[in-house]
Each structure stands twice: as structure tokens, then as C-alpha cells.
Write a protein that binds this ligand. Structure first.
Ligand SMILES: [Zn+2]
Length: 317
């Protein structure tokens, strides 16, 4: 307060009145000292960028190299950081066995959608930043001793939203798996249907599930892996119809967000609502598997499911 009135006077707004109470020298000193203290503090906090990452759960500073080697899992509290689709594929499949399918398929701006920027510009921007053409990578691969079809979504591409390319690439992958008698694994992470493609996005829900129905009819296993976050149109379609549904620890899984549900139902939501752990307790998912154990667990599940299938086929013939 003292400083404000002093400034007014110094600007000549009250020239007739002498400065009766000029701010004491000590006050001014305190004000000038503070920024100095602040800058000294921020200097101490100056950590070179790209070397350390702070864990949002336990606040530990983790060396980036260590985090990469640990598949982006905090070594102290096991918090699962987001991981890119290619990195994830690399962590799951046998070396040099991944044959990517439809890598160049790109979306078309059918609706001529323009928000803050046009959909075409958005696509170009994300294609540049992620190095992928859209939010899913699909292909055939080997996991352990099993040949399998694998689809991995990438949240860093437009929030992992499901547009016509995500739907079409997954549908083609499922159809390929059915044709070649292969199990399929889809690793989901998504904010839901892509609004830039309107109804075309919503149609992908039925299309993918239709292809999965043919895959199931051929008695082939489908494992759905839910990672943080898997929500909305993706959760309401192919992600929730796996023969086996597993999730990474702490993943947020649901249809609408907790705030929307709270506002709609006007009810208090239970603690841990929509986390993988909550959904395991309530029977929506079958298991929680840590990222570091994912490859081994998928191999074991595939062994179990394909052996059962072989036995079932042998018994039927
Ligand atoms: Zn941590």
C-alpha cells in the first residue's frame, strides 16, 4: 500500500501536498531484495531440460535414460508414464518380426472441419510431431513363440482419437487375423471418437466390432489391453469386447469422464472411480498387468488361449 501511494505522488498527481509519509527506506529495500532472492532460487532449480523427469505420483526426479530403460515406469513407485506406440511395440514383439500394415493410410477432411485451425492443418501438425500418419499402428508380429496381429494406439496423435483411419486400420488388421487364423491384441489409449470426422468416427465403432464378431466366430482369441486413458467411443466398442481384458496399473478407464457422470447422476462417486484397480474389483476387467511384465503375460495368455482352441478344434473334429 505504501508503495502505491508513493508512486502516485512521484507521478505528480498530488503535487500540492508534500509527501508526509514517504515509505520507509527499509520497506523499499525489502521490495528490491525479494526479486533477487527469487532469481537465486530459480537458478538453483535450473536443471538441464531433457535429462530428468519428475514423477507426478511420488515426486522423485528420475533420470530420463533410466526411465527409458524401465519402459517409462517410475523405478520408485511404479507410476506408468505415457509411452509412444512404436516404443511399446518394440517392448512387446520379437526383434525384427513386426510387419506393419497400411502404414500410409491417412484421413481425409470430409466435413471441411474448421475450428481454431482446419482439420487438414491439425493432421499435418500431428503427423510431423509424431512421425505417424494417424493414431494407431497395426501389423503382424511374433510375441514369444506366437504369431499374432497387433494394433497399438498412440495418445500423442490427437489424443488417440478414433477417426476413419483408426477404425479402418484396425478392421483390416482384425480381418487379416481372421484370414490367417491369428490371435489379435489391441492396445488402446484414447479420448474417444474424433470430432473432426463427426458421424464417420462413430461408424467405426460398429465396423470394428463387426470384424471382431467374425474373428470370434472363427474361435480365435482377442486380448484387449487398456492403458491410460481409454475412454468414450473406443471403450464403448472394440476395447471392451475382448475375450480377455487387461489393463495397466492406475489407468483411467470409462465412457464419460467422472465430472460428467457426477453432474448427470448428482451422486458422490466412490474413491478410485474409473481406475483399473476399481474396475478389477467390480469385474469389468480380468487382470492388471504392469508394463514390464506385459510381454511375458501376453505370451502366457496366448499359450493358454491357443492351446485351448487347438484342444477345442481337435475335440470337435
Ligand atoms: Zn514415482
Amino acid at each position: 500500500m505504501a508503495t502505491t501511494s508513493f508512486t502516485k505522488k512521484s507521478l505528480g498527481l498530488e503535487t500540492t501536498e508534500p509527501a508526509v509519509t514517504p515509505p520507509p527506506a527499509t520497506t523499499t529495500t525489502t521490495f528490491t531484495k525479494k526479486p533477487k532472492l527469487g532469481s537465486a532460487k530459480s537458478k538453483k532449480k535450473d536443471i538441464p531440460e531433457g535429462l530428468w523427469t519428475k514423477c507426478p505420483k511420488c515426486s522423485t526426479m528420475v533420470f530420463d535414460k533410466e526411465l527409458d530403460e524401465n519402459l517409462k515406469v517410475c523405478p520408485r513407485c511404479q507410476f506408468h508414464f505415457p509411452i509412444g506406440a512404436r516404443e511399446r511395440i518394440h517392448s512387446l514383439v520379437e526383434t525384427c518380426t513386426f510387419e506393419e500394415l497400411n502404414a500410409d493410410m491417412t484421413s481425409v477432411d470430409v466435413l471441411q472441419f474448421t475450428g481454431v485451425t482446419s482439420y487438414t492443418n491439425k493432421l499435418a501438425e500431428y503427423q510431423k510431431s509424431t512421425g505417424s500418419k494417424d493414431a494407431v499402428i497395426t501389423g503382424l508380429c511374433k510375441i514369444g513363440e506366437h504369431r499374432a496381429a497387433l494394433g497399438v494406439m498412440d495418445f500423442s496423435f490427437l489424443g488417440g482419437s478414433m477417426g476413419s483411419v483408426v477404425g479402418e486400420k484396425l478392421t483390416r488388421l482384425i480381418e487379416k487375423a481372421t484370414e490367417k487364423n491369428l490371435p489379435i491384441i489391441i492396445i488402446s489409449t484414447s479420448g474417444g471418437a474424433r470430432m473432426y470426422e463427426g458421424m464417420f468416427s462413430l461408424m467405426q465403432m460398429a465396423k470394428t466390432c463387426g470384424a471382431l464378431a467374425y474373428h470370434a466366430e472363427a474361435k480365435l482369441p482377442y486380448i484387449s489391453v487398456l492403458t491410460h486413458p481409454t475412454t468414450a467411443g473406443v471403450m464403448a466398442s472394440y476395447a471392451s469386447v475382448g475375450d480377455l481384458i487387461i489393463a495397466e496399473p492406475g489407468a483411467m478407464i470409462g465412457f464419460a469422464g467422472p465430472r460428467v457422470i457426477k453432474d448427470t447422476t448428482q451422486a458422490e462417486l466412490p474413491p478410485g472411480f474409473q481406475t483399473a484397480e476399481f474396475l478389477l474389483d467390480h469385474g469389468l476387467i480380468d487382470a492388471i498387468v504392469s508394463r514390464k511384465e506385459m510381454k511375458q503375460q501376453l505370451t502366457d495368455y496366448l499359450s493358454f488361449m491357443t492351446h485351448s482352441r487347438k484342444a477345442a478344434v481337435a475335440a470337435a473334429s
